[in-house]
Design a protein around this ligand. Sequence first.
Ligand SMILES: CC(C)(COP(=O)(O)OP(=O)(O)OC[C@H]1O[C@@H](n2cnc3c(N)ncnc32)[C@H](O)[C@@H]1OP(=O)(O)O)[C@@H](O)C(=O)NCCC(=O)NCCS
Length: 166
Amino acid sequence: MMRGQTVRLRPFGAGDVDFLHRWNNDPDYSGEFEPFEPVSREELEEWLPKEKPGQLWYIIETASGEKIGQVVGRLQDDGSVQIGYRVIPPARGMGYCTEAVRSLIDHLHRVRGVGRVTAEANPGNKPSLRLLVKLGFRRIAYKERAVEVNGVWLDGVVYELRMPKF
Ligand SMILES: CC(C)(COP(=O)(O)OP(=O)(O)OC[C@H]1O[C@@H](n2cnc3c(N)ncnc32)[C@H](O)[C@@H]1OP(=O)(O)O)[C@@H](O)C(=O)NCCC(=O)NCCS
């Protein structure tokens, strides 16, 4: 369990089926810049307990234990970690995701010795770009046709955060 000031991160577990099923079948959760991938309850029940080598999935909870989103860290071959994040629409704009990503980065750095974290966002995804800049990420690349969303190819901006190795 990782704790920030307003949120905590808890590894995905069997008890998260209802939450993930409810929200991952709502296109507003993935938003206009991320692919919408509906998932059945059965698929979730099978996937949740499985080992996920190289992938760290966490539920974002408020301090009072309410589930409000998810973050993922995907370990890359070069030792860096690529992150992704989502917060449910009613909990957006309150600083929760910034705090969740801050906790994840802190864990990756302090506990796992990670020195580089990357993220990719659509150039029009203002909340996501703002979050990355707030946390000190720097833009390093622009990718044309990075991701297909609703049959349309969208560009992506790649950001990185470098942290001192100890
Ligand atoms: C991106 C996302 C996770 C942000 O979650 P969140 O909890 O609302 O984020 P936070 O509240 O921590 O921070 C958002 C920042 O963006 C700002 N913001 C929100 N809408 C904005 C807009 N239209 N223009 C500029 N800034 C905006 C907020 O004001 C806040 O900045 P501030 O602290 O300086 O005021 C959420 O919008 C989401 O789940 N989107 C759909 C999925 C997605 O796009 N994921 C990211 C893929 S790269």
